[in-house]
Design a binder for this molecule. Structure first.
Ligand code: ADP
Length: 481
């Protein structure tokens, strides 16, 4: 039951209301009691003053006996109150006289009054003369006062029953005891209703979300109020679905494109093998020709599978960089050197220039693969008699290595897409000539390699005179800077 947010909110709400009410009740009772005690103390003091004034007046009244005990008796008679009693003690603790309504316990409680009296004697102005006493289930407020008469010290004790105050507090407590559980119950019901109302959009959202799966990933949650917290949650969830949807579509496209790319070489392989096996009387030259085609397609197939494998591993972060220290200009020169024979075969002039030494700490294998892809493209798309130049140098905090060719260039409207996976600017040509045509993955891999090294690759120029691809990689700080 406590697993439900609704129930938890209700309990919290009811608990908070109960705490607040209890604090209020205790504070009210405490303040009430304090103010009533203060009021009683003041009135006890006034009554004691009036009583003693009467005693003194009686002592000096020529018509009275002038005896102390008679004066006290007259004062007791004159000051008759329903809840108040007077007792006069001599300093040795003997009761001189007390009201008829003198509470029965007073005798048994004398020790406490002696204590009061002792304090009154020891330190008359400073002692606290008020005391609350309980006897036979009743509470009394007592006031003791030291006074002198006929040259002797006496103690006056005035007692007021707290019965009526207690009755009032008890009635109040009983009322609270009935009202507080009722208020807590109402608060709980109200809290439950509010929690139910405010959580109902969440319940609706969760059942909507539960219905969304891979097949209807384009469905979105209803945003009732885009400004409140739940609207914000629904929007965030919808944005998450957008990203998931995009990633699903991306994956689907990737798988479709990959299968499409793999289909052509596989079809050629199986077709060529079928043809070779269909005739029994083939010459060794014919077999060789078939095997050469099979080999070329197998190489192309291997290339595509390797590229796909690289990209998928890069996507899931399983292609860590193995960094070593080397010279980028030397790596570029070495790659160019490897392509010299291929360029010569196509009568393409190939040159490499470096403006300075370019020490770097990077993944040499991956950078070599990027340069090889770019040189491969340059040779692939440059017609016979053309020229390719590779220039490297430093520009600010980056090394720049550019690959310029005199190929046909890439149409301006296609240039923004050439780094996309499986994108080919000229499909008819690459498909027709499957030996040179790639799967449109080379530049996507180049972009990933550049970005994995915190650099970038750009098509810095492409027109009818040729194209230039430039790779920018972060360069270390020069030693003398
Ligand atoms: P591919 O394996 O098909 O060459 P890439 O990703 O390397 O795939 O290149 C994507 C497309 O960009 C190519 O199909 C080609 O149309 C175009 N392209 C790449 N390099 C050049 C270049 N140097 N000159 C002209 N077009 C190029």
């Amino acid at each position: 039951m406590l697993d439900s947010v609704r129930v938890r909110l209700t309990l919290w709400h009811a608990g908070a209301v109960a705490c607040v009410l209890l604090i209020l009740v205790f504070a009210t009772l405490f303040l009430l009691r304090r103010s009533s005690i203060k009021r009683i103390d003041n009135s006890l003091e006034d009554v004691a003053n009036a009583f003693l004034a009467t005693v003194r007046a009686e002592l000096h009244d020529p018509d009275s006996s002038g005896r102390f005990k008679d004066s006290v008796a007259s004062a007791i008679q004159e000051h008759t109150y329903r809840d108040i009693s007077f007792s006069v003690f001599s300093v040795d603790g003997t009761l001189v006289l007390s009201s008829p309504a003198h509470p029965a316990f007073l005798e048994s409680e004398m020790s406490r009054f002696y204590e009061l009296r002792q304090r009154a004697l020891a330190n008359p102005p400073a002692h606290h003369p008020f005391r609350t006493l309980s006897a036979s289930g009743h509470l009394y407020r007592g006031y003791s006062r030291l006074f002198d008469a006929e040259g002797k010290d006496y103690i006056l004790v005035v007692l007021q029953s707290l019965h009526s105050e207690n009755e009032f507090v008890e009635a109040l407590t009983q009322t609270y005891a009935l009202l507080i559980p009722l208020a807590v119950l109402l608060a709980g019901l109200g809290g439950y209703f509010l929690a139910r109302r405010s959580l109902s959009p969440v319940v609706a959202m969760s059942s909507q979300a539960g219905r969304i799966g891979a097949e209807n990933l384009h469905d979105r949650l209803l945003v009732r109020n885009s400004k409140d917290e739940l609207g914000h949650l629904a929007r965030s969830f919808n944005q998450l679905l957008d990203r998931l949807d995009e990633s699903f579509q991306h994956q689907r496209r990737f798988v479709a494109d990959a299968s499409h790319e793999l289909r052509t070489p596989v079809a050629i392989l199986s077709g060529e093998a079928e043809v070779a096996l269909s005739k029994n009387d083939r010459s060794p030259e014919e077999y060789r020709e078939s095997l050469e085609i099979l080999h070329k397609e197998a190489v192309r197939l291997k290339q595509i599978v390797e590229n796909l494998f690289t990209l998928t591993r890069a996507d899931i972060g399983q292609l860590p960089l193995t960094k070593t220290s080397f010279y980028l200009d030397e790596l570029a020169a070495d790659c160019v050197h490897n392509f010299r024979a291929l360029a010569q075969a196509k009568q393409i002039s190939l040159k490499c220039e470096a403006s300075s030494e370019m020490p770097i700490v990077s993944d040499e294998g991956l950078l070599r693969r990027m340069f090889t892809n770019l040189l491969d493209n340059a040779i692939k798309y440059t017609p016979a008699g053309g020229a390719i130049s590779v220039c490297s140098g430093r520009s600010d905090s980056f090394y720049a290595v550019s690959f310029a060719d005199t190929g046909p260039g890439i149409p301006p409207e296609l240039q923004p897409r050439i780094f996309e996976r499986f994108f080919r600017a000229d499909e008819s040509r690459t498909n027709a000539d499957s030996a040179t045509g790639g799967a449109g993955l080379g530049l996507a891999i180049c972009r990933w390699i550049a970005e994995a090294h915190h650099g970038r690759i750009e098509l810095t120029r492409s027109d009818s005179n040729g194209s230039t691809f430039t790779v920018f990689l972060p360069a270390p700080e020069p030693p003398n800077s």
